[in-house]
Design a protein around this ligand. Structure first.
Ligand code: 5AD
Length: 451
């Protein structure tokens, strides 16, 4: 049977989509290849959120094809996901060796299209159409993926698309309108995962907090998303619930209250703020003010002291002045994020911000990025150091990526903890004492937990 190599760029939704494609292909008898050098089919699942993500995937495909055409005639090449969706056939005009361009509502068609391409029944396939019901098609899992042992964490896609239309963002155009699965479908998938040994589930969507907004009415003042968390929370054997990514507008009191009430909902929130300046937030069409954002954080910390809070921030949005940027610095000092991902503003096709006046020169963006990064690192370091000497509970996920003699797990507040351990620890909820910190990493020792 043919072998497939899938490489994924971008967010956790993309990782999840690739996993579902891989699982569907495996179910059809395909094998998963360890690299492009030994594969009959090479699929790149792409990201469009910034220009350099697109360029990286294009360069990768160019080099894969360059070598493949010499050494593996007949190798099949495909782009999937966001760049496939936004560029469509243009990708074949640019790279004529591409056989398949598969949009974001078509992942479940990968097997059928590859069968046709490999059998020589069709020559080129471009499918980027909308498809009703596609939100319910990302459901297959590969729980033992490449690892020798079972996964203890799993991601579940609960919705697709985005209706927020932030002016910088390409996602509404690549992922389409918001469409949610049903609560019963999602719960059934989670139950199945728990039966297979999973202990932590992360609910995924472009804006998870908007789950079911149009289809599921409020119940006792609770949003559809909170109703979903409650339903998942009831599953016996499930230890931890996470979700990503939310939008601040989704943090109503019902969700804050859920953190206080539902013990499996871990004390961790990744809450993208994007900017600390109200003027820029408005230009971005984010739908909240700095004051509202800070209020949400305050309420979350009151509901769950010690909650881990991370964020996304864009540096150099068009028209961002030095004063606006200083507002972002001061917001970071005020909120004290455990960590934040910084993004240099990148003009995206067809987005309103790309046509705004005062696009900033690269040097200004670079310089502000460096200043903000220094501040984020300094705050993060301080926050991580407060863990030294403390007892934490981790769920052990597997070997550390950098050092296979170490095992890696996460605290409930989403900090990675490394310790000297072995396979026997995988899947365990363990208490250990933090002994030292690294860069956004903690090191722990299970032996001295009671000292
Ligand atoms: N330029 C830079 N960063 C962006 N993001 C989204 N669009 C852009 C863009 N055009 C960032 C946002 C988002 C994260 C996933 O990517 O911070 O939260």
């Amino acid at each position: 049977m043919p072998s497939v190599y899938i490489k994924t760029y971008g967010c956790q939704m993309n990782e999840r989509d690739s996993e579902a494609v891989a699982a569907q292909l495996v179910a059809k008898g395909y094998t998963l290849a360890a690299s492009e050098h030994v594969a009959d089919v090479v699929l790149l699942n792409t990201c469009s959120v910034r220009d350099n993500a697109e360029q990286t995937a294009l360069n990768k495909m160019t080099s894969v094809i360059g070598l493949g055409r010499k050494e593996r005639p007949g190798q099949i090449y495909g782009f999937m996901g966001c760049m496939a969706q936004s560029r469509g056939k243009e990708l074949i005009d640019r790279l004529p060796d591409i056989d398949l361009v598969l949009g974001t509502q078509k992942f479940h068609r990968a097997a059928e299209y590859l069968d046709d391409l490999l059998a020589g029944k069709r020559d080129k396939i471009v499918d980027t159409a909308e498809e009703q019901g596609s939100e319910g098609t990302i459901r297959e899992h590969l729980l033992n993926g490449n690892a020798k042992e079972k996964s203890v964490t799993a991601f579940v896609s609960i919705m697709q698309g985005c209706n927020q239309y932030c002016t910088f963002c390409i996602v509404p155009y690549t992922r389409g309108e918001e469409r949610s699965r049903t609560i019963s479908d999602i719960v059934a998938e989670c139950r199945q995962l728990i039966l297979q040994g999973v202990r932590e589930i992360t609910l995924l969507g472009q804006i998870v907090t908007s789950f079911g907004k149009r289809d599921i009415p409020l119940r006792d003042g609770k949003s559809a998303f909170v109703q979903l968390i409650e339903a998942v929370h009831e599953i016996e054997g499930l230890e931890r619930i996470r979700f990503t990514s939310p939008h601040p507008k989704g943090y109503g009191d019902d969700l804050v209250e859920a953190y206080a009430r539902l013990p499996k909902l871990v004390e961790s929130a990744h809450l993208p703020v994007q900017s600390g300046s109200d003027r820029v937030l408005k230009l971005m069409h984010r739908g909240y003010t700095r004051e509202r954002y800070v209020e949400i954080i305050r309420k979350l910390r009151a509901a769950r002291p010690g909650i881990g809070i991370t964020s996304d921030i864009i540096v150099g949005f068009p028209g961002e002045t030095e004063a606006d940027f200083e507002e972002t610095l001061s917001l970071c000092r005020e909120v004290e994020f455990d960590n934040a991902y910084l993004f240099k503003y990148s003009q995206r096709k067809d987005t309103p911000a790309a046509a705004m006046p005062d696009q900033l020169p690269e040097e200004v963006i670079e310089e502000r990025h460096a200043r903000l990064l220094e501040l984020i690192n300094e705050i993060g370091k301080r926050k991580y150091e407060t863990f030294v000497g403390r007892k934490v509970q981790i769920l052990v996920e597997g070997e550390s990526r950098r050092n296979s003699a170490r095992m890696s797990g996460r605290t409930r507040c989403n900090k990675i903890v490394l310790f000297d351990g072995g396979e026997r620890h995988r899947g365990e909820l363990m208490d250990l004492k933090v002994t030292r910190t690294g860069s956004f990493t903690l090191y722990g020792d299970p032996a001295i937990v009671n000292l």
